[in-house]
Every structure is written in C-alpha cells, then in structure tokens.
Ligand binder design. Sequence first.
Ligand code: SF4
Length: 384
Amino acid sequence: MPTLPVHPDSPTAPPVADDRTHVLGLAVPELRALLALAGADQSYRVDQCLDWLYAKRVDSFDQMLNFPRGVRERLGELAVLYRGTILRESASSDGTSKLLVGWPDGGSIETVWIPDGERHTACLSSQVGCPVGCRFCASGINGVQRNLTTGEIVEQAQHIRRLIGERGRLSNIVFMGMGEPLANYENVLAAIRVLNAPWGLGIGARKITVSTVGLPKQIRRLAEEDLQLNLALSLHAPDDELRRELIPWDVPIDELLDACRYYFDRTGREITFEYVLLHEVNDRPRHADRLAALARRLRANVNLLRYNPVEGLPFQRPTAESAFRFQERLRERGVNAHMRTSRGSDIAAACGQLRRTTTATGTVATTASTSASAAAAAEAPPSE
Ligand code: SF4
C-alpha cells in the first residue's frame, strides 16, 4: 500500500470516499448549521439532536422520532451518523474486546475496550497506520495511510459504548491505539472536546490520556488548551543514542522533558513515562539508573511493560524476574514504578504483536493494528 508521509506539523487530509458530513465529528455550531440546512432551524432542535446522538445513541436519523420525517430524510441526504463498518469483533477470556473498524476508503483500525471493575476504558486509534515506526512495534511497519477524522475518532468511542451496553458507562479514554495522536493534533483535539463535553460523552478530562512518542511543540500546545488531560510519554529508552535506535523520530530527550515540564507546570497533571522492557536492549541496571534520574527530574510515574515478541522483529521479552528487578531498582531510587500484566493475549491484543498487511490491490486485508501503546493501554489503564 502506498503510504503518505506525515510530518508532525502538517498532517494529511483524509481521502474523501463519502462527502456527506459525519455528524459525530461536529461541534455545536456546526451541528446547528447542519440542522438549519435540513430545515430544523429552531434552537431547541440542537439539544434534541445531541440527546439522540449521545444520550440515546441512535443508529440512524430515522430513529429521531421528534423530528419531522422530511427533516430526517434531508439529514440522511446531507450527513451520516456512522461511517465505519465493524469488520471483526474479538473477545478475550479476560474481558478485553477489540473491534476492527473499516472505513469507506478501505482504511481500517482497531479500537479496544478494557473493562476493569466499574472502570471501562476505550483505547482509541488516531491514524490508519503509524508514521513513527518504532522498531519493536508492528503497527508502524507499513507506515501511515492517513489521519483519522474527528468523527472517526468519536465513532470508535460510540462503538465501545455499544459493547459495554448495560454493563456500565464508558469512563476512561486512552489515545494509545494505532498512530501518533499529536501528529493528528487538530482532529484529536476536536474529538477530545466532543468526548469531554457535557452534551457529548461527558468523560472528564482527567480520565482522558494522550500518549505520545513526543512532539515538543505539540506537547506545549496541548498544555495551553486549558484541559486537564493526562499526558503519557512513550520513552522506551533512557538516553538519546538508544532511543534513536528504537524510535526513528529523532527528538532529544532533554527537549521532550522540557516540554513535559511545561505541561506539568501549566496543568498540574503528573506525567507518566511508558517503558516497554526489551530483553538485553533497555532492561539493564544502567538503563534503570538513567531512567530513574529522568523520572525524578519530572516527578514522573513509570509504567513498565514486558515486551511481547513480534514475528520478524529481533526483540525478546525479558523474564518476569529481570523485569521485577528493573522495577525494584527504580523504586529504590524513589520512582513510582508499576509493572503491568498482559490482557487480551488470547485475542492477540498483546503488546505490538499485530500488524497491518496489504493485498495486491492495496486494500488492507488484515488490520492488526493494536500497537505497543495500545497494548500498554490494555495493560496500564490510567489510574483515575
Ligand atoms: S509504538 Fe506507538 S508510536 Fe511507535 S510505531 Fe507503534 S503505534 Fe506508532
């Protein structure tokens, strides 16, 4: 499949396969304009429509029974509620579920539901593929196809809500699925505003986590949004030399930490470092010592994750004992370090194991898109 180069500062526009408006991506003024176009220009119609979309979660405009039939028909001509098709649904024995969602242009992504008692977390994707290409992760192997739109991001959360059904309420969101969310900044932020809005999904900002390999400019910009989002930095190496080997986007750690410090100072939100332990690559005592020093600089928490091998990639999973020793070494140095256990491994949702494959026609045939980060989400839902 041809891949579009995506520079962090200039995200690609998605190809348009259906030019009707995707309602789930709209802010209130845009929805008001759409309703007016459809012949429902009374102010109360906006609240009625939002109630159908997010409180009642209807599947079609036809179900919006307090709207005149003509308005519903016109809305169907102008707009769509859901763009995606559920191509596959996989359920783990531990309760984790994955949806493979296909979009009209042939792109597809996975989105994950992680139940944990009363907490229900959705792990959302932000791009079709990933432009970063971390060496240990299958998700970036084929590069990135495109950014997801705002509506496509919100739609994932709506699908997860359907899965949860009567069992509870979607309480947490992590942007740890496929893609680098800060490389699709505008759409991710617009989606967060819908997820967070009282008229939308009503999920508190403190229960929404954005995970990034690190784009300093976008981290600073996020800090200035005046949202109380959690920020997770996918660090994975404690020095620049090793990090360059693992993560092709070459951003000096000092620069990243400065941006994270700005985020912490501005929002008061603690930073979390995500760290995938790779046997004899980044899991030696000297790595723990350096990581501890970095974490102490920011008073950051560290989430450790034992690597799950990916066929064709040269990395190994460390033993539980060596991972435990690494964690203890961090703790002895005053770092709040947690080790996560794998979930969803029976549906191949474990860390970085899945990959996208393409057919000769360029269609995504298998969209195994759960990334290292997505699995980290399954293994490390945020603490709130
Ligand atoms: S670990 Fe995350 S940032 Fe790195 S290639 Fe995988 S999805 Fe992209």
